[in-house]
Ligand binder design. Structure first.
Ligand code: S2G
Ligand code: ZN
Length: 459
């Protein structure tokens, strides 16, 4: 019996499809490198059905690719080797909420923005936020430990997870940590599954900590002529505020966003870099922000700046940063999502910029990222005349050289986008041989037949 028939015989009628549109759509994520080649798509409605799928995969030796919103940028959710896509999208209930615990229990298929709205309606806040939140799903956010623009204050998805219901690669169901704030009873397996990219188990439900609702945001965009001075600006604002965001982007990226979206540049005088800073709009915040801005101007770190006067203007200023990713997609950029200690960013960027200029003199490079947590997104834009394959093969070499640079600066080859297929062969730049061996040991323990997302994260 073929795999789709096996699945159809064991699962509810409408769970399994082999329609071409589904195999294509569910077999890829936002990377455009690997062709979708799934043999079937299953969309369970209940954890029992997920468990049955995993058991069948073990019994018959086929591979499963757990799938959420497929907004990933590292190929972690692509099915390009005849796998079965296991989509959690139909498991999309918000199961429970407790105001006393300020926690919510959700199924994996809940869309991130849906949870953000739900939390807001409860007078609370789900603080993991990024441009793809309207499409990404909570299960995928947990499997990739999604970061985004508020990590500087609220941490990554990992810091929100109080409990998980998972089905391991062996088909065992685990209830992890029971949503407890304190539970000191040995190895905390919950944290193994966070960031495991669907290679150890399928995340079916999560108990997530919500945060108190923040005050209205005050947003500043400041022109910074020299990147090293961005850290001076960060230090100045940190002295006065508990920052909720500190982002940075280069002028060439801003110009593309303004052109593509008919947005006015934020400042009358362009600057090489822009710092976007968000603080809580509470008593005296505006005066403090003006004082900090003026101090930075006096020190020569900032050339010009704008401070939001309304929620609407704050949202408009955020567009300049949030539209970067989708705008740059038009140049099929080769992306590197790296991190170093915040203090190392200027030295790293000087060396990385020099490397790009030496290797790719005829490619435009756009930098942006979450400077407040040491995360930079490097986008090498493909010149018109280069074929996609030629560009990709030439850029892959730069990741090795960036890897060497990151080793020297003690950084990570993947700050928030995960490893997937894209960074799998570069893992050694950040993880030691002993660590990678231990990761393989865990994979063998939780998924001995290697049915879950084979080839992703660790080769
Ligand atoms: C960001 C989004 C993905 C990308 O904008 O912070 O994480 O295109 C990115 O780099
Ligand atoms: Zn990012």
């Amino acid at each position: 019996m073929k795999i789709p028939e096996l699945l159809a015989a064991a699962l509810p009628q409408d769970c399994v499809t082999t329609e071409a549109w589904a195999l294509q759509s569910y077999g890829c994520d936002r990377t455009t490198i690997w062709p979708a080649q799934a043999v079937a798509v299953v969309r369970p409605r209940h954890i029992d059905e997920v468990q049955r799928c995993v058991q069948l995969a073990n019994e018959h030796g086929f591979a499963l690719v757990p799938s959420g919103g497929r907004t990933g940028l590292s190929g972690g959710a692509v099915a390009s080797n005849g796998e079965v896509v296991l989509s959690l999208e139909r498991m999309n209930r918000i199961v429970d909420f407790d105001p006393v615990d300020a926690s919510v229990r959700v199924e994996a298929g809940v869309v991130t923005a849906q949870l953000q709205d739900y939390a807001r309606d409860k007078g609370l806040y789900y603080p993991v936020d990024f441009a793809a939140a309207g499409s990404s799903q909570i299960g995928g956010n947990i499997a990739t430990n999604a970061g985004g623009i508020k990590v500087i204050r609220y941490g990554m998805t990992r810091d929100r997870v109080r409990g998980l219901s998972v089905v391991t690669g062996k088909g065992e169901r685990l209830e992890l940590n029971r949503g407890l704030l304190k539970n000191n009873t040995g190895y905390d397996f919950r944290h193994l599954f966070v960031g495991s990219e669907g290679t150890l188990g399928v995340i079916c439900e999560a108990n997530l900590a919500l945060a108190p609702a923040p005050a209205d945001p005050l947003v500043l965009v400041l022109g910074v002529p020299r990147f090293a001075d961005v850290l001076e600006v960060l230090a100045s604002f940190r002295q006065r505020f508990s920052l909720s965001a500190f982002e940075c982007f280069s002028d060439n990226g801003l110009r593309k966003v303004c052109a593509a979206h008919q947005l006015a540049p934020p400042l009358s005088t362009p600057a090489a870099y822009y710092a976007l800073i968000e603080v809580d709009e509470c008593d005296g915040a505006a005066e403090q922000a003006v004082a900090a801005f003026e101090y930075c101007v006096d020190q020569g770190w900032v050339s010009d700046g704008v401070i939001s006067q309304s929620l609407g203007q704050a949202a408009e200023l955020w567009k300049l940063r949030e539209y970067l990713s989708e705008t740059l997609a038009a140049w099929t950029p080769y992306k590197n999502d790296i991190s170093v200690a915040v203090s190392r960013l200027p030295a790293f960027l000087v060396e990385a910029d020099a490397l790009m200029a030496a290797r790719y003199p005829d490619c435009e490079v756009v930098w942006y990222g979450h400077i407040g947590d040491g995360n930079l997104h490097l986008n090498i834009l493909k010149p018109e005349r280069w074929s996609k394959d030629d560009f990709l093969s030439r850029c892959s070499a730069v990741t090795d050289e960036l890897g060497d640079l990151l080793v020297r600066h003690g950084g990570s080859i993947s700050a928030e986008h995960g490893v997937g297929l894209l960074k799998r062969d570069y893992l050694h730049y950040t993880r030691s041989p002993a660590e990678i061996e231990l990761m393989r040991g865990m994979k063998a323990l939780f998924d001995p037949r290697g049915v879950l997302n084979p080839g992703k994260l660790i080769g």
